[in-house]
Design a protein around this ligand. Structure first.
Ligand code: LRH
Ligand code: MN
Ligand code: MN
Length: 406
């Protein structure tokens, strides 16, 4: 991209009153956590395709994640999932991450794979199984202490398939009991991020089915508990950006699991089929970032942006690069919204004018801006191309097939 393209872009944005230095500084501060499980073999419930070159252990997952960060400058931390990423020495994993310029991000307990959890984990009617699940949550707090992780991110498959299968109110109490036990074990700098999901694998009721339930648990637990919005976990037509704005306003939005969906929890590359939704989410975030209330601004500053995807047929590392670049692109566009213009239109009841002021930002081509930012950071202008030309993808083929998977 030529200097001329950027000069034109700058002129265009200056004329709109947009301060590009500020926009660039915000883009440089964007951090997106990638998930260790996104580098391993994963798929749908119908088939997991075994790919050549997939990491064989958590250490190699971090090596792959380091490539994504090296080329994009966006992904300095990696979320882990226990026991998928179980190692004997978490201090060693932490040092390995640090040696690659990374840190260990959110610790995700896994309470959905053991046979014991068929009828639920923390909400199982059997107290011994509830204890086992609660112990795993405590184990994850200890792991977070060793890895230096701030966030514990919790997703429960718990729910029922049929009316009457479980006592919904008792299960609610058991959920709170387990969360409270974990909350108590956390250090003051830790956060509990509570994820919700409307259905799957349970199809009749899920114990934490929507943001309101997650928010209610967070309120009962205390200020270190917040809600995690996984973009794939909503019913068709849900207005996710509304949920985002609401939770920010309540100072309880802890983070995101970004992915793209068309039908259910598809876990596809974020922004691939619904870039405008992703843009509108960032529009709400950017709008809140200039709120006069410092509590709202601090909530925005502490949002953990995380990817949660399953790359079933696509090559894992380039898929991750595509994902984080899509997030960066929509964030860049949202930074171009003229909020004063939107507000003026709102105040005069100009419905079309307000909609236009928001949409116009989405319609700008931000390529010259992103190239300028990458150039200033010493990054390749086109990280995807740089990856494909780097030879890393063919180098890892020597690992063979049958790597780590979920
Ligand atoms: C299941 C799920 C959930 C978790 C992830 C590890 O729905 O995708 O979003 O965060 O597995
Ligand atoms: Mn998720
Ligand atoms: Mn999911």
């Amino acid at each position: 991209m030529s200097d001329r393209a950027y000069a034109l872009f700058e002129e265009q944005q200056k004329a709109r009153g947009i301060d590009l230095d500020q926009v660039k500084a915000k883009l440089k501060a964007l951090k997106i956590e990638t998930p260790s499980w996104g580098y391993g073999d994963s798929g749908t419930r119908f088939k997991v395709f075994r790919k050549e070159g997939v990491p064989r252990d958590p250490f190699e997952k971090f090596e792959d994640a380091a490539q994504v960060h090296r080329l994009t400058g966006l992904c300095p931390s990696v979320a882990i999932h226990i026991p998928w990423d179980k190692v004997d020495d978490y201090g060693k994993l932490r040092r390995h991450a640090e040696s690659l310029g990374l840190s260990v991000g959110a610790v995700n307990p896994n309470l959905f794979q053991d046979d014991e959890y068929m009828l639920g984990s923390v909400t199982n009617a059997d107290p011994a199984i509830r204890r086992r699940a609660a112990d795993h949550l405590l184990e994850c707090v200890d792991i977070a202490k060793e890895t230096g992780s701030r966030d514990l991110s919790l997703w429960f498959a718990d729910g029922t398939n049929y009316p009457g299968q479980g006592d919904i109110r008792k299960r609610k109490a058991w959920m709170l009991e387990a969360l409270a036990g974990m909350y108590k074990a956390m250090t003051p700098d830790m956060r509990m991020l509570i994820e919700y999901k409307c259905f799957e694998p349970a199809f009749y009721h899920t114990d934490i089915a929507d943001w309101g339930m997650a928010y209610n648990f967070a309120l009962k637990l205390g200020p270190q508990a917040e809600v995690l919005v996984d973009t794939g976990h909503h019913l068709q037509g849900a207005n996710i950006e509304h949920i985002v704005a609401y939770l920010i306003d309540e100072k309880r939005l802890g983070g995101f699991h970004f992915n793209s969906r068309k039908y259910a929890d598809d876990d596809l590359i974020v922004g691939s089929s619904n870039p405008y939704e992703l843009f509108l989410i960032f529009y709400q975030i950017v709008n809140a970032s200039i709120d006069p209330d410092p509590g709202i601004r601090s909530t925005v500053d502490n949002i953990a942006y995380m990817i949660d995807q399953s790359h079933n047929i696509e090559a894992k590392i380039p898929a991750m690069i595509r994902s984080v670049l899509n997030v960066q692109t929509q964030y860049a566009k949202a930074l171009l919204v003229d909020h004063a213009e939107v507000e003026r239109a709102q105040l005069r009841g100009d419905v079309l004018g307000a909609e236009d002021a928001v949409r116009r930002a989405f319609e700008f081509d931000v390529t010259p801006l992103l190239h300028a930012v990458r150039e200033e950071q010493g990054l390749p202008l086109d990280p995807m191309r740089a990856y494909l030309e780097s030879g890393y993808g063919s180098g890892i083929l020597a690992r063979g097939k049958g790597g780590a998977s979920w």
